[in-house]
Design a protein around this ligand. Sequence first.
Ligand SMILES: [Zn+2]
Length: 80
Amino acid sequence: MAIYSVYFFCDECSEIHPLGTTVSLDDGPAEKVSIGDAYSGKELNPNIANLLNHKITCPNTGKITFQKDNKQIFLVPAGD
Ligand SMILES: [Zn+2]
C-alpha cells in the first residue's frame, strides 16, 4: 500500500494546486502520473473516483473550482 498526494491543474488560474488530500493505493504508479494515464483502460480505483469533482477553492482567484478531467489530476508518491 502506497500513499499518494493528489494535485490538479486549475482551470481558473492555469496552475497546479494540491487537492489537500491523500489516497492509499495498492495498484498505484511508481512516479508522478495523471489518473487518466495511470488507469488507462482500467477500472478506476474507488478511492480515485472520489477525487473527481472534489471541490476546492483556488488559492489565486478565491473561486470554487473542481477538475473532472482525470488527465488533469495527478498522483504523486508521498514516500513511505
Ligand atoms: Zn487556481
